[in-house]
Structure formats: C-alpha cells, structure tokens
Design a protein around this ligand. Structure first.
Ligand code: BTN
Length: 328
C-alpha cells in the first residue's frame, strides 16, 4: 500500500476523529509533506476530508467502506463468499484469484477490492477502477462443466447481477449482449470471465468471474471518451445510497441460486427479456474489424446473438462486439 492508501484507510476506519499531520506521519513512518500530498490527492479523488487548522484531518462523513464484517453480516449463501478476501487495493481481483488458485482456492472464493490499479476489461481493455467509486470483485467457480456450457457462466452472472441491482434499488437493469449491464441506456457494469480447461477431460478446471460495477463519481474519474456512454448506480437512482457490501452479498446470493440450473438454461428467458438489443438495429463489429448493420432478433440457446442482415439472412453470432444502436 502506498502512503495515500494508508492515510485513506486510517481516516476511514477512525470515524470522525481528527488526526494531525504529525500523528499520521509518525504512524506511517513517512514525512509530513508526504502525508500532506496524500491528503491533497485523496481530496481530488472526492474523499470528504476536512482540514482543521492546527488540529488535523478527518473524514466528514462515513464512507461506503467494504469490510469483511459488513459483507458477512449481509451474506446468506452457502458456498459463494465462504472464503472471502477484502482488499484495500489490488492490481486486479481476477489476477489475485488466479494466484489463490495456485494455492488451491476452493469453489466460491471471493476477492473484493476498494480499488484496482490494473483492472482488466474484455479484449485487453482497461477497466477503470478508482478507489471507492465501484464494486470490483471476482468469484472462483469450480464446477463440472463441459466447454460448450461453460460460456453460459458469464450470461448467468449478468442475470444474477441485474436481479440483485433491481431488487435493491428498484431499477430496470438491461443486459447488452454478452456481458454488459445497462441502466437507462448507459453501461454501469462489465463482466470478464477467465477460465481454464483440462485438455484430457474437456471439463472446466476453474473459471474466475470478474464483475465491475460503477457505483458513484464515475464521470470525473473516466477518460473523456467514456463519459457519455457510462453511468453509475447512484447517478441513476437519485438520492439513493449504495452500500457496496450489501450489493456484493445480494449478487452472490442470486448467483448461488442460478448456478445449479446453468446447464438447464432456465435463466436464459430472463436474459432475453432483459436484453438491451433485441428488436433494435445495431452496428455489428466483427472480429476482423469490419462493421455491418444488422437487426438483433434473438439470443440462441447457446447464448449467441441471432441477427438478420438487410438481405434477410439470419445467423448466430458467437463473438464480436455491438457498436452503436442505429435508427430503425
Ligand atoms: C468489461 O467491461 O470489459 C469487463 C470489465 C470487468 C471488470 C471486473 S472488475 C473485477 C474484475 N477484475 C478485473 O480486473 N476485471 C474484472
């Protein structure tokens, strides 16, 4: 942890008590100037820190901190989250899970972090994960699954996450094939699933389901090109406060409910009814980079997007990306 992260942790866990610069510097073994710099950076990031002349610094309001105790107090699952790591900062919760797997992490292990310094998105993109602004977590899945069924995990996680968000905040969360969640036409959540298979048995060895949800302050923290297409839960639910520990527990609950029926695909009807794309004309960006205008007509049983082109021919798309939504 760097000085900024340590200062933020001390201030967050000590309620509204003041800490002088000298006290913090002594406790952390750094200079007062380093503490001052850390405070300025935290303020810039939106942390509600008050400075009182000759007294010190404190948080003016309690911040939505994720702690082991808080998550456990909301958790009603059997396996998911039974082994739980709550980190202040990490490069990527998916990568952290991969390390834990080398040491034999069990099914249901969950890693959640307040901040990711190298959050990963799909197709090698970066997932911006500023401190306190989102819920960033990964779940280890060790379940007997054939390759042809394993890719259903992402779709299943999307439905579980959408259900949990709607149940807590009375929203209508939609799913943009294949793994983005949308609120009022803007992305609020992305899912990255990484997995390994045994070549011998053809079965899943493990999957790491990585879920990143924008909770607050997204706009200022985002690169300009993303500002118009992303949103956060608190922006879309005016006046509502999101408690990340509660949301995490709710998603794990919904996921645990859905997982046993993964292969039966019972969740797919809900996936379809939550679709942001069905019935719309969209820009399909194929793997070779070419763009095509197509109509999104269905989601197949193996979770492909079924599209119809302007000549009326219908095909199931398994990979690729949907760009703009086009006028009818
Ligand atoms: C996407 O939108 O392309 C997928 C984003 C997935 C982000 C989550 S945050 C938790 C987990 N750790 C990562 O590094 N990525 C996923």
């Amino acid at each position: 942890m760097n000085v900024k992260q340590k200062v933020s942790e001390i201030l967050q866990t000590s309620g509204t008590e003041y800490f002088s610069g000298a006290q913090l510097a002594k406790q952390l073994g750094v200079s007062r100037n380093a503490v001052w710099k850390a405070i300025q950076e935290l303020k810039k990031q939106g942390f509600p820190i008050e400075t009182k002349h000759s007294v010190g610094y404190r948080m003016t309001q309690s911040i939505d901190l994720i702690t082991l105790e808080k998550v456990k107090s909301y958790l009603h699952t059997k396996n998911l989250g039974a082994t739980l790591y709550v980190l202040s900062t990490v490069d990527s919760t998916n990568d952290y899970c991969r390390h834990l797997l080398l040491e034999g992490a069990p099914h249901g292990t969950v890693v959640v972090a307040n901040e990711q310094t190298a959050g990963k998105g799909r197709q090698g993109r970066v997932f911006h994960s500023p401190a306190g602004a989102g819920l960033y977590f990964s779940v280890v899945i060790k379940k007997k699954l054939e390759l042809k069924n394993a890719y259903l995990l992402t779709a299943c996680a999307a439905v579980a996450t959408a259900r949990a968000i709607d149940a807590l905040y009375h929203t209508h969360t939609q799913i943009k094939w294949v793994n983005d969640l949308f609120l009022n036409g803007k992305k609020c959540c992305g899912i990255l699933t990484e997995s390994a298979f045994s070549l011998e048995s053809g079965q899943l060895e493990y999957a790491i389901l990585g879920i990143g949800i924008n909770i607050r302050n997204t706009r200022e923290n985002m690169p300009p090109e993303l500002r118009e297409i992303v949103t956060s839960l608190e922006e879309e639910t005016e006046g509502l406060s999101v408690y990340r520990s509660e949301l995490l527990a709710a998603i794990l609950y919904e996921l645990e409910e859905l997982l046993p029926n993964l292969v039966d695909r019972t969740f797919l009807s809900e996936y379809r009814s939550r679709s942001f794309l069905l019935g719309k004309n969209v820009e399909l960006i194929q793997d070779d980079g070419t763009h095509r205008r197509v109509a999104a007509v269905d989601i197949s049983n193996d979770c492909a997007l079924v599209v119809r082109d302007r000549f009326g021919s219908v095909e199931a798309i398994h990979s690729g990306k949907i760009g703009r939504i086009l006028e009818s």
